[in-house]
Design a protein around this ligand. Structure first.
Ligand code: SAH
Length: 975
């Protein structure tokens, strides 16, 4: 790339061309058409079709259904195998397959193959079910006695998982990759060791048979590892065996305290998800969102049916370590409580009480309610599921498990208390054999049925036995307590008979006036021992916990909820059914969308009743979709980009991207119009007789500026050149389109305003004394930056310059203008902020070391890219530098282009990378592109991004990288 030819220019310009630092943007050659290249043939740039299109979940399900319908048609009749369970986890009751008959003559080999396939898959299901319904010791024998069974099992397993929209093991691998490679992993039931071969961590892989040399053959109930030697234990579709307790204990044994347990299991294996959650929580597994940072549970929300809310619920819990107390501990606890509470005994149904019994150490009260609330969301998904099923008539197969309803739980181990989990006879995952606990009553003070699902509570049994002391004219605390029957009862001390004077004592108390009562209480408190005070607190505190949301009128409740962050709204939805109804409120989510700048709800699914009083919210869906897209940018798997080859070995000098259309301009004298969807080159715009160095686009109109001194207006659909705009006497270096008018800036030191419909030059703006390098036009004012070190503000109608903004001590290369502020970036290393009305310089932003070649300004936030290889984020109101995008992963060479959204900054560089940064924190997120030739010549010249796509113009100055466009897609499958 040639540098600026300053000689010719300085003859015209009063200002001599200064030395240019390395990394300044490419400049066009001398402003005379150097050659009129042959028009290029139609684009050859259509890249090979991208990777096979990913089906949406619905499409995938339909496909599966059609397949099954086809199969059903082929069935001979009754007695045939029923295809009810085709997923790995729901093999319950899978009958032995029918004997394989010879394929009838004339029937296609395909049919035979299909039959064989079915036989194999039936055997797989059979073995799978055996593994789930026998102990792991028996599983060892099973494969020892029949080695072929293992092969069949694994073939079937691979096929099965291959049919799912996503293999959970991949998700676990992605998770592991995000955590430090120093963490030690144990993969229980590792199969083909995909985890071990995909991550850098030390992975201990255990299975019954070695599918890979990495496998340590053993029963996973007894693995050859030291206690507390592992950071992460994984059971990916492998939590099999009826001796579940032993297996989990073994995982527990080898896990370090605070280590992570990952369980991926098929939804249908969870017979009673509520019990499972409760059991796991009480095992001491807690979800610590900090540890999951970077691993996106909302991500799961969209991906994994039926589980997300549960994951969120876990995140919301703060489970303190709890342990079943030994008998001595129970005795000690009893002694400590001094007759206040009886010896610990397992809770009986209906007696769960926050803060009661030995569980009271810590914040257990909350958790006890959670399992119930989790069901609400489970039900939601379930209901949604069922409705979907109902909609699809004629469907006879269970979709569960097949349709991506894999279940993922992420736990961190806290304490060990595994004594009441077992497998069901049918191989269902977990049954909670402890009696379930009752959740705290939801009703309001007076039991008004304010929200769905509320029940009136009975009065306390104890208070009844005690009998009313006196009719009470006012509501006493006792009344309130009695309204919470279950808890109140638990607190009473059944073993102690009421002392005979008690009634008199209480009657006396009740006779006193309010102040007298307070005085008496003061005195009473003074006479209490600490354990008695503690008891009082335990009794009183929970009584003041009110579900005020349910007590408020709906509008007010929604108003309160509107202050919650979306993530907390999702958690709130798990509290109870009524909260869930509120938290699904469409207008509430519309607000959340507004805050995030999401403008349109997606009406892809009809707004329908999911359950009584509970509507599906399109705005919530839009919010979740956007969240998923953001997560894709942040951490989604980077699929191979679409490669759009064109412009031979020339430089791509300008890039436009709008809708699904990309327009690249090049110094090969052409522009190319591409489809961002197919990657096809749709048009090559041929006509300029010099390199194209600037362009603008709106809808299907493209405008280009060239070293041939003209602008051309093109129809991108037809490729036709609609107008050629003559007037400039040197290279057209910059332009800005507004409505039907475009302002062009030229090396001839003038600006021209054109009507692109008529092709007329409306105004000429003269005043600069050197090349005009950048221009902004808001429909009223024109602002231009030039190599004469000045910025000028123009009134185009009168062709007068209203301000000349002086202050820069070198060439001005970049401009932003928001109607009020002008921001100019210069080779003098500073950025200046000016007031357009007064022409005053408001701030001089110092900090960059070199030329600011590109900037973007929105809502007073300015992002500047510099040849010093850093990017800075500024608040132009205060002039403060908020962030500098640098650090160990910083660009290694000049920043060539940038763009920012409400969350991210995307930057490209001469170093051949495109980097993603967090706008708020300034943290490096990741490389979106890293050319292999980066550092040896490969360069990313320009980037343009939409919400879901990133277009990069890449190439090299030395032939190490072919000139091309790369298109990366961050869209999500709509569900
Ligand atoms: N985790 C792997 C494989 C899952 S298949 C993946 O997701 O790709 C379940 C695996 O658990 C099988 O390989 C099976 O052999 C293994 N398995 C079942 N019971 C086992 C036991 N008791 N001990 C060790 N491995 C067992």
């Amino acid at each position: 790339m040639e540098r600026d030819r300053s000689g010719a220019e300085s003859r015209r310009a009063a200002v001599p061309a200064p030395p240019v630092p390395p990394g300044v943007p490419a400049e066009p050659p001398a402003d005379r058409p150097t050659r009129s290249s042959e028009p290029e043939g139609p684009g050859t740039g259509a890249s090979a079709a991208g990777p096979a299109r990913r089906l949406t979940r619905q499409q995938w399900r339909n496909k599966q259904k059609n397949k099954r319908r086809q199969k059903n048609k082929l069935k001979a009749g009754p007695g045939e195998e029923k295809e009810t369970d085709v997923e790995a986890g729901t093999g319950a009751g899978a009958s032995e397959p029918p004997a394989l008959e010879a394929a009838p003559v004339g029937r296609s080999a395909a049919l035979r193959a299909r039959m064989e396939e079915r036989l194999l898959s039936a055997r797989f299901r059979y073995i799978n079910q055996q593994l789930y319904t026998s102990s792991s010791q028996e599983a060892v024998k099973l494969f020892q006695n029949d080695p072929e069974a293992f092969q069949i099992y694994h073939r079937g397993f691979a096929q099965q998982v291959g049919r799912w929209p996503e293999n959970p093991v991949d998700r676990i691998i992605r998770y592991l990759r995000k955590r430090p490679a120093s963490l030690v992993v144990a993969d229980f039931g590792c199969g083909d060791c995909k985890i071990a071969s995909s991550v850098r961590n030390k992975v201990h892989s255990f299975d019954l048979v070695p599918l890979s040399p990495l496998v340590t053959v053993c029963d996973m109930a007894k693995v050859p590892l030291e206690a507390e030697s592992v950071d992460i234990a994984v059971f990916c579709l492998a939590l099999m065996g009826t001796n579940l307790q032993e297996i989990l204990e073994e995982a527990n044994r080898v896990l370090k305290q605070g280590g992570t347990l990952l369980v991926a299991e098929v939804a249908s294996r969870f017979e009673d998800i509520r019990a499972f959650m409760s059991a796991m929580a009480q095992l001491g597994f807690k979800s610590v969102s900090k540890e999951l940072k970077g691993f996106n549970s909302l991500d799961d929300l969209l991906h994994v049916k039926g589980i997300t809310t549960r994951i969120l619920e876990l995140n919301s819990q703060r489970m303190t370590c709890r342990r079943r107390p030994s008998s001595e501990e129970a005795a000690r606890a009893a002694a400590e409580e001094e007759d206040v509470s009886g010896p610990w005994e397992p809770e009986r149904a209906g007696e769960g009480s926050p803060g009661s019994g030995p569980e009271a150490n810590g914040s257990c009260g909350q958790e006890e309610q959670e399992p119930v609330s989790s069901t609400a969301c489970g039900e939601q998904e379930q209901e949604e599921e069922e409705e979907e099923e109902e909609e699809e008539e004629g469907s006879c197969c269970s979709e569960e498990g097949e349709d991506g309803s894999n279940v993922y739980f992420y736990y961190t181990i806290g304490e060990r208390w595994i004594d009441y989990l077992q497998r069901t006879e049918e191989g269902g995952l977990l049954r909670h054999v402890r009696p379930k606990m009752k959740r705290k009553s939801e009703n309001g003070l007076d039991g008004r049925a304010l929200s769905p699902g509320k029940k009136l509570c009975k009065g306390s049994e104890y208070s009844r036995t005690l009998g009313p002391c006196m009719p009470s004219p006012t509501t006493t605390f006792g009344d309130l307590r009695n309204a919470k029957a279950g808890q109140a009862r638990r607190r009473r001390i059944p073993s102690v008979a009421p002392p005979p004077e008690l009634q008199d004592w209480l009657r006396t108390f009740q006779r006193w006036s309010g102040p007298e009562k307070l005085l008496a209480l003061d005195e009473l408190i003074d006479r209490c021992e600490p354990s008695q005070i503690k008891y009082m607190m335990q009794v009183i505190e929970p009584q003041f916990q009110r579900d005020f949301i349910s007590l408020l009128p709906k509008e007010l409740a929604l108003y309160v909820l509107s202050f919650l962050e979306p993530r907390d709204l999702l958690r709130a939805a798990q509290t109870c059914r009524y909260w869930r109804v509120l938290a699904e409120d469409n207008l509430l989510w519309r607000e959340k969308c507004r805050e995030e700048g999401i403008e349109e709800p997606l009406n892809l699914r009809k707004r329908r009743l999911l359950s009584p009083g509970f509507m599906y919210s399109p705005w919530k869906f839009a919010f979740m979709r956007q969240h998923k897209i953001d997560m894709n940018w942040r951490s989604g798997e980077l699929k191979a980009p679409k490669v759009l080859k064109g412009h031979d070995d020339h430089v791509i000098t300008c890039l436009q991207f709008c809708g699904n259309r990309i327009v690249s301009g090049s110094d090969d004298n052409t522009l190319k119009v591409w489809s961002a969807v197919t990657g096809e080159c749709v048009q090559t715009l041929v006509g300029h007789t010099g390199g194209v160095w600037s362009s603008q686009m709106r809808d299907s109109i493209v405008i280009s500026g060239s070293t041939d001194r003209t602008l051309k207006v093109w129809n991108a659909d037809t490729g036709e050149c609609v107008h050629t705009l003559y007037g400039h006497t040197s290279t057209v270096r910059c332009m800005h389109l507004h409505g039907n008018r475009v302002v062009s800036g030229s090396r001839d030191a003038t600006l021209r305003l054109w009507d692109i419909e008529t092709g007329q030059c409306l105004h000429v703006l003269m005043g600069h004394v050197a090349a005009v390098r950048c221009v902004q036009y808001d429909g009223h004012k024109v602002v231009s930056g030039a190599y004469d070190y000045t910025v000028k503000v123009w009134d185009p109608e009168s062709e007068s310059c209203t301000h000349t903004l002086q202050g820069h001590t070198n060439r001005v290369y970049s401009l932003q203008f928001d109607g009020t502020h002008i921001v100019s970036g210069s080779l003098d290393t500073s950025i200046r902020v000016w007031d357009v009305e007064s022409g005053n310089c408001l701030h001089t932003l110092m900090g960059h070391q070199s030329l600011t070649s590109g900037m973007e300004l929105r809502d007073n936030i300015l992002v500047s890219g510099n040849a010093d290889s850093t990017v800075k984020i500024w608040d132009i109101k205060t002039g403060q530098c908020l962030q500098t995008l640098q650090g160990p992963s910083k660009h290694q060479s000049a920043v060539t282009c940038l763009q920012f959204s409400s969350k991210f900054v995307v930057t490209s560089s001469d170093d051949g990378t495109v980097k993603l940064w967090d706008l708020k924190t300034g943290e490096f997120v990741r490389n979106l592109v890293a050319l292999e030739s980066g550092g040896s010549g490969g360069v990313v010249w320009r980037i343009r991004a939409s919400n879901t796509k990133l277009v990069c113009a890449v190439g090299s100055r030395n032939g190490t990288e072919e000139t091309k466009l790369l298109v990366l897609d961050f869209d999500v499958d709509l569900k």
